[in-house]
Design a protein around this ligand. Structure first.
Ligand code: SF4
Length: 248
């Protein structure tokens, strides 16, 4: 299982060399806020919302002092906006009062912030502080169970079992690759098995559509790229490819 898991990771690294956090951010505070907003919505939707949000409240001090209704109006498109506004104002106040207005770089501090669980903390640590972390979201959990890397349902147990399979240096990128694969190909209800580059390694092959043509129609792209293919970008596609297939 471990050998096969590592092979899947290597294959995914080839398919998604451009895997990255899909939330836009310029500093740890913005990533923290964007991650809180990303619950129950798409990263694309969050990215459409955050420019106005950070223009209005660039720092924790600003956000802590927001008029709740005004902040709610800006983040409304991300859903659950009242609860999210409460979390954002609460965590901003905690950053201002307890951490000198800076996002702390330690798990145990991050998880104490209102609205910040282990998943959010790991996203922030992995991507804003370079601390290796495995982020178990809905995609990650579903895929690693399909691949029989774990049978656990509880995210913390999943995280621990996956951490035992891979070296620390792989944790953050592995998380991105798996989430990319889950968003684009290995969907929850109808995985596109017939268009899946790791079908040969997958114990759950056949759980979804195996007909290549029908499977291709199931592929989804939030940001574009070359999903489902070995990436060999045409010359006009430098490093991080622009979407040839459109967003949607
Ligand atoms: S073969 Fe099917 S179930 Fe397995 S990873 Fe690919 S899409 Fe998912």
């Amino acid at each position: 299982m471990v050998r096969r898991a590592r092979r899947i990771n290597r294959e995914l690294a080839e398919v998604y060399p451009y895997a990255h956090p899909e939330l836009d951010f310029r500093n740890p505070f913005e990533l923290l806020v964007a991650t809180v907003l990303s619950a129950q919505t798409t990263d694309l939707r969050v990215n459409q919302t955050t420019p106005a949000l950070f223009a209005a409240y660039p720092t924790p001090e600003d956000m802590a002092a927001a008029v709740p209704e005004e902040l709610e109006a800006i983040i409304r498109p991300t859903g659950f906006f009242r609860a999210k506004a409460r979390s954002l104002m609460g965590l901003s106040a905690a950053l201002r009062d307890d951490f000198g207005g800076e996002v702390p770089g330690r798990l145990k501090d991050l998880v104490k912030l209102p609205g910040v669980g282990r998943k959010t903390a790991n996203v922030v640590l992995g991507n804003a502080f370079g601390v290796p972390g495995i982020t178990v979201d809905t995609h990650f959990g579903r895929l690693v169970r399909r691949w029989k890397w774990t049978e656990q349902e509880d995210p913390e147990k999943v995280e621990a079992e996956i951490a035992a399979i891979f070296p620390k240096s792989e944790w953050t990128m592995l998380s991105h690759r798996v989430v990319f694969h889950g968003r684009r190909i290995c969907h929850s209800r109808k995985p596109a098995c017939g268009a899946c580059p790791i079908a040969a390694l997958c114990p759950a092959y056949g759980e979804g559509e195996t007909d290549p043509e029908k499977a291709k129609k199931l592929l989804k792209y939030e940001m574009g790229g070359h999903p489902g293919q070995r990436l060999s970008p045409p010359p006009d596609y430098p490093g991080s490819p622009a979407p040839p297939l459109g967003a949607g």
